[in-house]
Design a protein around this ligand. Structure first.
Ligand code: NZQ
Ligand code: ZN
Length: 391
């Protein structure tokens, strides 16, 4: 087990009706005036935004709304939010929605606290981020794990790049999670979210050569819980207990708990972000579309991890490590298909030419400045092979 620091400072307020506590939590963390960040309008239609505003009013906190965060949220939109937050003198950002709204709120918090710098200077690490404003989240989709993560991801449309920053300033002070809020999710988004939760866990699992029994047990239990309950909610979306399991697993998958002692890889995410930047693909779908190809390319170099995964997560009884690994990969891909996720680029609806694959591979490896994967280092050449095999 490698050395690590585990820090998960977010207050989690979980269960039925908890959105009524938004005001109380905002006061706890010093809110005077809140910028409420939301997406394309699902929270307006469901009445959730109204309930959150009511709770803020009751707690004596004023607010201003900022809607319009789209899936794969953009830098330009976050910059608009910064202008509004500065003009309105907001001192807290509360996202009501999913990862796109939360990441936009995080970016706005950083931009507002450093309004003498451009947001892109912060994102591209030209200036060190030394201060920000408090952020809270009322979560409506179990997916990105942003409500407890130290990460935020934006797309710079001008440069055609999607990328994130990791900093402790990205930690939400509080996360309000009511599983009932997920009942209105489109099935595709629910399935994409389930995929993302599994990926956040697997991106920390498939790293060979480090013994971490406790962390493995947490990750394997998390994956089994998600797979079991995914099958239930895909059939019966209003099954509270199953949705609650998935929502809680979502937060634990990405708050660094499943990386203690081993760290993380996130190479599949790099493949996915390049696809989302070019084709605006839904995040979870961009991952399932390449995962099988990624796994098949690498598993022979990490048979210990892939065979343990097959046995502990999927109950594979095969004693030969190679055959067990192959069965685990097959069952995973079959599971993604069963919940309606694409398992190839063509199923994702994209058919890149060889030249476009080369471009995607360069984007994923940051022009070969970054070697992907902690199994074996992948340059753009190998990345292009993985994309090609995913066609
Ligand atoms: O925009 P609205 O109208 O709210 O609709 C959203 C959106 O269309 C809809 N939705 C969400 N909750 C709903 C609902 N519709 C009905 N009822 C509800 N309860 O679902 C769609 C997707 O929402 P989005 O916020 O984009 O989902 P998600 O949470 O998957 O976030 C994706 C973004 O997070 C990033 C992704 O790259 C992507 O940009 N990630 C952020 C991470 C982080 N900050 O730690 C880590 C992840 O790996 C990921 O990269
Ligand atoms: Zn993700």
């Amino acid at each position: 087990m490698n050395n690590f620091t585990y820090h998960a400072p977010t207050d989690v307020v979980f269960g039925r009706g908890v959105e009524e506590k938004t005001g109380e939590m905002a006061v706890k963390y010093g809110a005077r005036k809140v910028l409420i960040v939301y997406g394309g309008g699902s929270v307006v239609r469901s009445g959730l935004l109204g309930r959150v505003e009511e709770s803020l009013k009751k707690a004596g906190v004023s607010y201003v709304e900022f809607g319009g965060a789209k899936p794969n949220p953009t830098l330009a939109h976050a910059e608009e939010g910064v202008k509004l937050a500065v003009a309105e003198n907001c001192n807290m950002m509360i996202a009501v929605g999913g990862g796109s709204s939360i990441d936009t709120a995080k970016a706005i918090a950083h931009g507002t606290a450093n309004s003498d710098h451009s947001l892109w200077d912060i994102w591209s690490k030209k200036i060190p981020l030394e201060k920000s404003l408090p952020i809270g989240a009322v979560l409506t989709i179990p997916a990105a794990g942003s409500e407890m993560s130290d990460s935020a991801v934006l797309t710079n449309e001008e440069l055609g790049k999607k990328g994130g920053i990791n900093t402790e300033f990205n930690r939400c002070r509080f996360a309000i999670m009511n599983p009932e809020l997920c009942y209105t999710l489109p099935k595709y988004q629910l399935a994409a979210g389930i995929t993302d939760i599994m990926m956040h866990t697997m991106e920390r699992y498939f790293i060979p050569g480090i013994k971490c029994d406790m962390t493995d047990e947490i990750a394997e239990g998390l994956l089994r819980t998600v797979i079991k309950n995914a099958r239930i909610v895909m059939e019966d979306q209003e099954n509270y207990d199953a949705m609650a399991e998935i929502m809680w697993a979502n937060s634990l998958s990405h708050n660094n708990l499943t990386e203690c002692g081993r760290g993380k890889d996130f190479s599949v995410h790099k493949f996915g972000h390049a696809l989302s930047a070019k084709y605006d693909a839904t995040h979870g779908a961009s991952l399932s579309a390449v995962w099988g190809s990624w796994a098949n390319y690498l598993y022979m170099n990490a048979l210990d991890r892939f065979s343990q995964y097959a046995r502990k997560v999927w109950g594979v009884t095969e004693t030969d490590d190679k055959l067990a690994s192959e069965e685990g990969i097959r069952l995973t891909v079959q599971f993604f298909k069963s919940i309606g996720m694409p398992t190839s680029l063509s199923e994702l609806g994209v058919n890149p030419t060889d030249e476009e694959i080369h471009e995607l591979a360069l984007n994923a490896t940051q022009n070969d400045n970054l070697k992907l994967s902690r199994i074996i280092p992948l340059t753009s050449k190998e990345a292009a092979e993985i994309y090609t095999n995913a066609r």
